[in-house]
Ligand binder design. Structure first.
Ligand code: NAD
Length: 306
């Protein structure tokens, strides 16, 4: 059945996700700070709202897909009282029966804080960060990693199924974020390690495509190597094939590794490889690559002295 959905944040991930909701027959009211982000969904039939508050007015389901914790917190709870750009959050604008689904990757603690504030207003909220990248978003094959009550997840399921293939219930509010951060810490490590291995082979005279074929059928195989190869010329249809544009930004990976650090600190866990990876992406970002796809971490390892 068709739902009235408000969708906030139509970037690299949000836009293709929203397109799949439109294809499934849902009515979409959308909002993004950037007008250019709205173009594709407007052409596909979404109605463009003047503000996030206006977008959510009559929605049964509110979906957000924003960069980081501070954006999501500001959207729902508003900016801190007394700050120069004080704005109210949208929680007060959302209809009492509506369900909030935040698909952004943010701190579990922030998710829990917003879920509690929502509950205080009688609203249900799920954290539902995704895995699968922009290709998965376009193909409708995302993995949703959900935190919240099982009952609310059942309400969300038909809508999530229009955008994704695998839907996991990780636990209560915030648990989706924790699971997502464990996954992305591993992804950040695997991408850096894959780039390092490919650069080592090339520095010693190997063809990166031949080396990738070999490792894909050997014990070093992994998703970064096989589905998202960082070496230009090895695969088509990945960011490395288009100058590292689109995809998953270096600064977003850096943010996720920072979330892993926060999770480690709060649980007194040790994450030596995650910390090393966080510092590598930080160096890479400071070199000017923050907006490039994270597979461009390869550049840190390429031998430019030849
Ligand atoms: P993006 O930067 O491409 O898009 C974010 C969008 O949010 C932009 O269009 C921006 O204008 C908009 N925005 C920011 N603040 C806003 C506000 N207050 N109100 C309305 N719009 C606002 O980012 P993305 O790649 O789409 O990633 C979104 C989230 O998904 C991030 O948390 C990221 O970590 C996560 N994620 C990304 C990928 C990926 O492959 N890109 C994969 C899985 C998860």
């Amino acid at each position: 059945s068709s739902s009235k959905i408000a969708f906030i944040g139509l970037g690299n991930m949000g836009a293709p996700m929203a397109l799949n909701l439109l294809r499934a027959g849902h009515q979409l009211s959308v909002y993004d700070l950037s007008a250019s982000a709205l173009q594709v969904v407007r052409e596909a039939g979404a109605s463009i709202a003047d503000s996030a508050a206006a977008a959510v007015q009559v929605a049964d389901i509110v979906i957000s897909m924003l960069p980081a914790s501070r954006h999501v917190e500001q959207l729902y709870l508003g900016s801190a009282v007394g700050s120069s750009t004080e704005v109210p959050g949208i929680l007060g604008q959302i209809a009492a029966h509506a369900l909030i689904i935040d698909c952004s990757t943010i701190a579990a603690l922030t998710s829990q804080k917003i879920a509690l504030a929502a509950q205080a207003r009688g609203l249900a909220m799920l954290d539902a960060p995704v895995s699968g990248g922009t290709l998965g978003a376009a193909a409708g094959t995302l993995t949703f990693i959900v935190g919240g009550s099982a009952r609310d997840l059942e309400r969300a399921r038909p809508v999530l199924a229009a955008m994704g293939k695998n839907i996991f219930h990780a636990g209560g509010n915030g648990a989706g974020q924790t699971a997502k951060i464990c996954n992305n810490m591993l992804l950040g490590i695997l991408m850096a390690g894959t780039a390092e291995a490919l650069a080592l082979g090339v520095a010693n005279g190997l063809d990166p495509k031949v080396l990738s074929d070999i490792m894909s059928k050997s014990s070093g195989r992994n998703w970064a190597l096989e589905q998202y190869n960082p070496y230009p010329g090895v695969m088509e249809n990945v960011p490395a094939a288009r100058g590292y544009s689109g995809g998953f930004g270096v600064d977003l990976m850096y943010k996720d590794l920072g979330l892993a650090t926060e999770a480690a600190l709060s649980a007194q866990a040790t994450i030596p490889l995650g910390e090393l990876a966080r510092n590598l992406y930080a160096m890479h970002s400071k070199n000017g690559a923050g907006a490039e796809d994270f597979s461009s971490i390869l550049k840190l390892f390429q031998n430019t002295s030849k």
